[in-house]
Design a binder for this molecule. Structure first.
Ligand code: SAH
Length: 440
């Protein structure tokens, strides 16, 4: 097989990125966009190490679960790789992606529960980061095609509310009319699902003197309550460290379930409010609290999970590395009148081992790390702390499986695996896993 060959392949598996996998001449072939059970004609674009990637050309036997994508750009922009799949298929595919990772990387055979889906899996995103494009003399905001710098306009993105799409169109005009605003590199928008308030963050590579004028005009737009400037010269990351308030309020307010949260621009907040509630309820259920437990919420962000847990725990300690998020968390505990929560601004891998070494014990630990998973010292400290239960929340099944395998080697077992669909139409999947300490 070589690049340029046209092949026929039947799809028998799904990769962790939702791509179809088949075999041809005993070579594993990845076909983005092809679905389980389909037979397709595809053009080989890359072949190395006995693995090939091929571009879907023609459906010979289509899947009955194949549907028309809502958005004409879905195959380009990279945000909705699964729009051409029925929602039922999307949920089954994600269950399989999680089960494959747990078995292959974690040697864990605990059955994976069916994915909890969203009733209306559209217009759920409360945050977007848009790249600015200045080609053809027009200002457009949108996304880059996956793995490239080809620009795709945001247009009427089906994952955002109509209000957010309206603001994107307004911003394009505003930037265009402001004259020398071409230094704006990206724009981040957050929209509160609670009251519709919107926060806008302009990202530039250098300090930009025209932005205050722009902010003054923008704050007059309905719904916009906060405008920031972020300076980021590192193109490999989305946002820099430095945020400067240009107009309006410092934070926006949002809710998950019955809890109210203030959110600063640099703080993490789940992008799907409705499904975050489902996720956090599952965390609370798996924690099996009676009101007597000392609980840790590690990688706690603005204290969302901490507040859910505090309803039924004796005390919750939250650990988070971003100082401003910890400030939000403290404020949020006050706002929700919860005195059982305390928060620490520190890296989990620095703080937790010291804390456990001092003889502090935990009954239950919740961990919700970023995509790269937990550093080993965090897992070791959890083992030392004697936690009876560990509830692992993860947005990356591969690192979840790796870390769960490690914990299983040191006395824990996986009792339940529950994926929740927070990222409908994309291949991303969120999971809650219950691990219990084995009886000796
Ligand atoms: N549990 C929260 C946040 C989860 S996202 C929620 O549901 O909203 C992961 C969080 O871990 C982010 O807030 C990130 O800032 C934080 N984080 C990343 N690396 C960390 C580290 N080494 N130590 C502590 N927190 C970290």
């Amino acid at each position: 097989m070589k690049a340029g060959d046209m092949i026929q392949v039947t799809i028998t598996g799904i990769s962790h990125q939702g791509h179809g996998i088949g075999r041809c001449d005993n070579i594993v072939v990845f076909v983005p966009g092809a679905m389980l059970g389909e037979t397709v004609e595809a053009l080989v674009v890359e072949y190395k190490k006995k693995m090939a990637t091929a571009q879907l050309q023609r459906l010979i036997v289509p899947s009955p679960e194949r549907i028309d994508a809502r958005c004409p750009q879905s195959s380009q922009c990279g945000g909705c790789e699964l729009q051409h799949c029925s929602y039922a298929y999307q949920l089954q595919a994600k269950q399989k992606i999680v089960a494959d990772a747990m078995q292959r990387l974690g040697r864990i055979t605990t059955p994976v529960e069916p994915v909890i889906g969203m009733q209306t899996p559209w217009r759920y995103r409360n945050k977007g980061i848009f790249h600015a494009d200045y080609s053809d003399g027009a200002v457009r905001l949108g996304f880059y095609e996956q793995g490239s710098h080809s620009f795709v306009p945001a247009a009427d993105c089906q994952l955002f509310s109509e209000a957010m799409n309206g603001l994107v169109a307004h911003l394009e005009d505003l930037i265009q009319n402001s004259g020398r605003a071409y230094y704006i590199h990206k724009v981040m928008i957050r929209e509160s699902a609670y009251n519709g308030d919107m926060m806008v963050v302009f990202v530039t590579q250098e300090a930009a003197w025209r932005l205050p004028e722009l902010a003054e005009q923008l704050i007059a737009y309905p719904g916009v309550v906060s405008v920031y400037h972020n300076i980021n010269s590192n193109l490999k990351i989305m946002l820099g460290r430095q945020f400067r308030l240009l107009a309006g309020q410092e934070t926006i307010e949002d809710t998950i379930g019955d809890f109210h949260f203030q959110i600063s621009p640099q703080s993490f907040f789940q992008i799907n409010n409705q499904q975050a509630h489902v996720l956090y309820q599952k965390v609370l259920e798996y924690a099996q609290l009676t009101g007597q437990e000392q609980v840790a919420d590690i990688y706690c962000g603005i204290g969302t999970i901490s507040l859910y847990l505090a309803q039924q725990a004796k005390a919750v300690i939250g650990i988070e590395s971003i100082g401003q998020a910890v400030q939000d968390a403290k404020e949020n505990a006050k706002r929700n009148q919860d005195e059982r929560c305390t928060f620490v601004a520190a890296k989990a891998e620095d703080w937790l081992p010291k804390w456990a070494k001092q003889g502090n014990q935990l009954d239950v630990a919740v961990i919700d790390p970023p995509r790269k998973g937990c550093e080993t010292p965090v897992l070791d400290a959890l083992i030392t702390s004697g936690a009876k239960r560990i509830v692992y929340v993860s947005c990356n099944p591969s690192t979840l499986a790796r870390d769960a395998k490690y914990l299983c080697q040191y006395g824990y077992e996986v009792k339940a695996v529950q994926p929740v669909d927070l990222f409908c139409q994309s291949w991303h999947v969120e999971c809650v896993v219950l691990m219990s300490k084995k009886d000796k």
